[in-house]
Design a protein around this ligand. Sequence first.
Ligand code: NOJ
Length: 749
Amino acid sequence: MKKLLSCFTGLVAAGTLAASPAWADDIDTKVESLLQQMTLEEKVGQLNQFTDFWDVTGPAPTGEEQEVKYELIKKGLIGSMLNAVGTEDVKTLQTFAVENSRLGIPMIFGYDVIHGHKTIFPLPLAETASWDLDMMEQTARVAAVEASAQGLNWTFAPMIDVGRDPRWGRVMEGSGEDPYLGGKVAIARVNGLQGDDLGAADTIAATLKHFAGYGFGEAGKDYNRADVGTVTLFNTILPPFKAAIDEANPRTVMNAFNTVNGIPATGDEYLQRDILKGEWGFDGFVISDWGSIEEMVDHGFAEDEREAARLAIKAGSDMDMESYAYLENLESLVESGEVDVALIDDAVRRILRVKHELGLFEDPYRYIDPEREETLLMSDQHLDVALKMAERSVVLLKNDGALLPLQAGERVALIGALAADKDSPLGNWRAQGEESSAVSLVEGFAAAGLNFSFSNGVDVEVGDANFASEVVVNTDDRTGMDQAIETARSADKVVLVLGEDALQSGEGRSRADIGFPGLQQELLEKIVAVNPNVVLVVMSGRPLVLTWADENVPTIVQAWHLGHQSGHALTNVLTGAYNPSGKLPMTFPRSVGQLPIYYDYLNTGRPGPRKEVFWQHYIDEDNAPLYPFGHGLSYTDFKYDRLRVRQADEGFEVSVRVRNTGKAAGEEVVQLYIRDHVASVSRPVRQLKGFEKVSLDPRQAQRVTFQLTSEELGFYNGRGEFVVEPGDFDVFVGGSSAATLSDTFTLKR
Ligand code: NOJ
């Protein structure tokens, strides 16, 4: 283990970890002096985070527990709260802490601000489909402005778990399957949330989550075990975390519910102490996930809650979210000598430091400004950002016969319950987004003056689809079917909106069948039978299996859950007012049996294609996905040529000419992939190493240049050592991971 870690040290030393700023010394002195005054009980107090009463994001506390919390706050035994939102509530709680506790240490207030706070943006996965890092930084900035205006100073975002199995409902919250893209998105989001000055009243601390391997839950089941080898851990799971820590200085990291190779991430000393805080030098604090300390008992990793507390603090989990395990056990564990007080001191220091950086010691009420709360939420400016982001998040999957954009005067049948749904576009994890407050597609069409008739078709779900209960899918109510078919029959074109309800993806929403829920597939087939001119708009929090649709429908648009401006943004895309530019951040499978599926797979010893049976394939399905990672069309065409690879000072310079050969102006995400021919560890058939979004008028051309450093050609080997090995590499440049324009270069010794 030691050997493995020493290799990381070299990388950190050579990396971009910023030197401590001058004020950091000052903070350290203040933290130290406060620490000296604290009793053991008060120290342990700082390590507890409890939920507020009215909005829970895990199993709800009972009434009795709630009463107890007020008493605990008064004694200084709660360091942080989550789910307390609004200046009034936060002020009440903060006043309790500051005025009643002996040392008056302010609490830090966290909340899941995942894709917007009051103004809701597209799902994080959808935003990633824009590949527009500036826009993602902007939406995170707006989210921070709004959250801080409601008294918050910390968010549990961004989630940067690499996700390769769309059965896992939480892929909606991440940035897809690729560690390189995921790292860039993580940096943009942390920068947006934390801004230039964490002490400013409109910036909030970010959390990288979930450390680590939560996206690799076996069979796509939430909370399930992740069994990953060293090569996958170091090359796929950890890189987005490392990139963000090196370049954006996130102040907190959340660990995870799952086990990684048999060890609960929350109790994993190697991951948290050795790698994160040791080799990477992370100096913020680690928060557990909700109850994940006590869950180590269910994992069969700790005998009881007391042992769970001991293992978690030892492993480097600094703050306990809602387990009560630290509160009830840490003091006596120290007194009995089972836990070294130095571990407690280290955790307290980290937490106090972040509180200082947030400016809470200077002014515990810094984030409590009713005027900001009154004026900033859902401002026109924020809604404008939401519109831009939503337009850029849409992916045009196919457009045979140029059915899109819709033409003026065409009679359109707009069909599907999701077209009129004002709630589902807000998606899961919508923070303070008000129920049913999004612009629906029906409203978008009406506002644009389109000539359309709406028909509901079939409902997606029935019953009470709220946070506490399961979504019940409609499997027998066909009463709207006939009318929808008639509406479709008489129209020039049909825009059919199908997919998932807001709560069919997200935490705890794994699905074994990722087709259209309920009767929607039946509706699709009946509509196609009466009118072939179907534009299928898919709203979902994950890639769905769209194979039948791909074979039978000329045009498909992936619309995710786009947030408040969904209806306007989609209308703009469908009419061509905005030319779609999104590219898939996850591979779309042909069938569930292909999962997990991703573009950077290994060649294997039997790559095929072969005619005989003994090569790696399915006998009943293609290997190829339905739509590859990075895929996305436009209403114009882009051609790539004149690829050049040159030796440069630091490595290689790769450049390519991109031309807009169609009739509309458009944006294209130019993607660069490499393949390492031979290495000491088998390397993926392709790996994303660069991308740039360019905007081109018709007939305009641009040369796009990428710098590829030698270090970027390196990888972690089977011992977790970072190595750069000389040899031949292919480079591919184009508009998706299936790009064919390529060249070869050699990295010399
Ligand atoms: C559990 C989720 O896994 C985590 O991401 C979230 O931040 C917490 N609940 C708090 O709501």
